[in-house]
Design a protein around this ligand. Structure first.
Ligand code: TXA
Ligand code: MG
Length: 322
């Protein structure tokens, strides 16, 4: 099926929508679907051509590997080798906003485009009921990056996906707004345990489970996921972080109580979970308010719990553009 000149089918959160989405996935099509973190752009992870279409739709650099989404934790062993740490984290946090990078099981049938030729594979079992039903109905491993054009903020509503990728995907399943709002936390267990990306599962919870401290992203020693480009998640407007007060002409995004009026506030009560859920939507709205040559200033957000992921995304959004 060639979707280049066709608009995406809009599917609903019902048996019919899920059956149709599963059928399209099995047929090598691209289906965007909600997870608890952000919307994913899914394709059959065993099908080279379908996976290649993900890269094309996103304009994604081909060296950047994809996360494989599974319906159940039990399916992970089909594709990867799980050591004790992996078993422990999977038992504690799957389904949920955690991605594990694990040694790839050869001959498991995954497209090499998914792993980008690496000897490791990133696996995740999402918790969103619609995602779980879709994956179970499809009965296949589904490669799914966030459903945004490369370098843009991740979509947390179906309308974001259709606005940007509507003419490049075969279907979008509408499951409403994503509860977590930032991408999954990525931990590598391919070698020494390492945090590759802070995300929707607080790193402190992972450390408690492993009984060991993981190096933080600010640590120079930290290995980076291949996709962690410095400038990423970027709104159009220039963005300044840790702003105690806005400069003239800046759209101010607050956090908690602010001394200066804020156009938008990530969480008036200073709740980091609420702030994560609002982050990408507020960046989009601030971008609209700021206009073509506009500027955005964001108030300081604490560096613990989900604040680590929020600061990581803000730092990338504010990085000099390439
Ligand atoms: O919450 C999420 O994780 C969302 C939803 C849709 O599940 N997905 C997502 O995927 O954020 P994506 O492709 O936007 O980010 C995946 C990250 C990239 O930075 C990529 O480089 C890294 O995972 N990654 C994937 N496979 C890897 C591997 N084998 N080794 C190291 N990093 C890997
Ligand atoms: Mg992404």
């Amino acid at each position: 099926m060639n979707s280049t000149h066709r608009y995406a089918e809009l599917l609903h959160d019902d048996d019919q929508g899920i059956a149709r989405g599963a059928e399209l996935l099995r047929g090598g099509c691209l289906v965007a679907f909600p997870t608890e973190t952000v919307y994913g752009l899914g394709a059959d992870a065993r099908d080279d051509r379908a996976v290649a279409r993900i890269y094309a739709a996103k304009n994604r650099p081909a060296f950047n590997p994809l996360i494989v989404h599974l319906a159940t934790p039990g399916a992970a062993a089909t594709y990867a080798h799980l050591d004790d740490n992996a078993e422990r984290l999977a038992a504690a946090f799957w389904p949920g906003p955690l991605t594990l990078v694990l040694p790839l099981r050869r001959n498991a049938g995954l497209s090499e485009l998914v792993t980008a030729g690496n000897a490791s594979v990133a696996l995740r079992v999402p918790a969103h009921p619609l995602a779980v039903r879709l994956l179970a109905a499809a009965g296949i491993p589904v490669a799914a990056p966030s459903a945004n054009p490369s370098g843009r903020v991740s979509p947390t509503e179906a309308a974001h996906v259709t606005a940007w990728l509507g003419d490049r995907v075969d279907a979008v399943i509408d499951g409403g707004a994503c509860a977590v709002g930032v991408e999954s936390t990525i931990v590598s267990l391919d070698g020494t345990p390492a945090l590759l990306r802070p995300g929707g599962l607080p790193v402190e919870a992972i450390e408690d489970c492993l009984g060991a401290r993981l190096p933080r992203p600010a640590d120079p020693a930290l290995p980076q996921a291949p996709g962690q480009l410095a400038s990423h998640y970027a709104p159009r407007a220039r963005l300044r972080t840790n702003a105690v007060q806005p400069d003239a002409g800046e759209v101010f995004i607050g956090f908690g109580h602010t001394m200066f009026p804020a156009a938008l506030n990530l969480s008036v009560n200073g709740d980091l979970v609420e702030a994560a859920a609002n982050l990408f939507r507020h960046l989009r709205q601030a971008d609209d308010l700021a206009g073509p040559d506009g500027r955005i200033a964001v108030a300081p957000v604490p560096l613990h719990g989900l604040g680590l992921a929020i600061n990581d995304r803000l730092r990338r959004a504010s990085a000099p553009r390439g």
